[in-house]
Design a protein around this ligand. Structure first.
Ligand code: CP
Length: 304
């Protein structure tokens, strides 16, 4: 049985198959409308979510299956002190596959050790968010036409941003990828990403504090939110939260075919005036999340 804890749990070849299947679903969704009849997806969310939980549920419903689960730790027996290990043992007898989000890094991995159904990490603390990465890759492949020969800028909270860590890990496996890492000093990418992913694989990257200087060089700009929930100190959050705001003026310096992605939710880091720019694809990106999760559910349940 396969679990998806990290984006690199799929080989590049498996990932390409997943993206091809996602594109087949986009082209012909009716073909897949009944393939999961009788199957159940459990969504175990110990941390808030709109897109990930609802797109997982929409994905299973689109495949003709059913969903069950909880949307906060407070509404589950975690509030009474039940461990993730015990919860997944029980849920394994209620559902065929499960997506779990947890504020503690490694919790979905622990669940996978005790599970008799496939476990998908739907985001663990500041660590990984593999299905967001698959969504991002599908967005780039579908709208840009390639996953190689790209200069990708990440901007904002690169320290705690699990979507950033996951996407760097995944893109580093494609040819001729370079990164521009745009953040304040306090929110630079963690040392392990720099050493074990970027330097270990000879990936070209630069770190800067200037979004303006990076703009003209980018094929993709991946904006991120400064995450209040990851800060220990409210003063630091307030000081850093509006440090980067993408607006029309900054967009004017970008290439005409640059794409702006954002995993969402957005707070202030992208001015709403950018939403109508054809290069702003973050709402389309959220829609792609349904297709890629449909494909992933089918692959893990060995339906295709
Ligand atoms: N992108 C993302 O994970 O969004 P949610 O927190 O709303 O699930």
């Amino acid at each position: 049985m396969k679990h998806i804890i990290s984006p690199t749990d799929l080989t590049v070849s498996e990932l390409n198959e997943l993206l091809d299947l996602s594109e087949e679903i986009i082209a012909n969704p009716r073909k897949f409308s009944d393939v999961c009849r009788g199957k159940k997806l459990a969504t175990l969310f110990y941390e808030p979510s709109t897109r990930t939980r609802l797109s997982f549920e929409a994905a299973m419903l689109n495949l003709g299956g059913s969903v069950l689960g909880f949307s906060s730790a407070d509404s589950s027996s975690a509030a009474k002190g039940e461990s993730v290990a015990d919860t997944i043992r029980v849920v394994s007898s209620y559902a065929d596959i499960c997506a779990i989000r947890h504020p503690k890094e490694g919790a979905p991995y622990v669940a996978s050790l005790y599970s008799s159904i496939p476990v998908i990490n739907a985001g663990d603390g500041g660590h990984n968010h593999p299905t967001q990465t698959f969504t991002d890759l599908l967005t780039i492949k579908n709208l840009k036409g390639r996953l190689n020969n790209l200069c990708v800028g990440f901007c904002g909270d690169l320290k705690f941003g699990r979507t950033v860590h996951s996407l760097i890990n995944a893109l580093a496996r494609y040819e001729n990828i370079s990164f521009i890492l745009i953040s304040p000093e306090e929110l630079r990418v963690p040392e392990y990403i720099r050493k074990e992913v970027l330097e270990a694989n000879n990936i070209q990257f630069e770190e800067t504090t200037s979004l303006e200087n990076a703009m003209p060089k980018l094929d993709i700009l991946y904006m991120t939110r400064v995450q209040r929930e990851r800060f220990f100190n409210e003063e630091d959050y307030i000081r850093l939260k509006d440090i980067y705001i993408l607006d029309e003026k900054k967009m004017a310096a970008a290439r005409t075919d640059m794409l702006v992605l954002h995993p969402l939710p957005r707070v202030n880091e992208i001015a709403t005036e950018v939403d109508s720019d054809p290069r702003a694809v973050y709402f389309k990106q959220a829609q792609y999340g349904v297709y890629v999760r449909m494909a992933l559910i089918m692959k893990l349940l060995e339906i295709v």
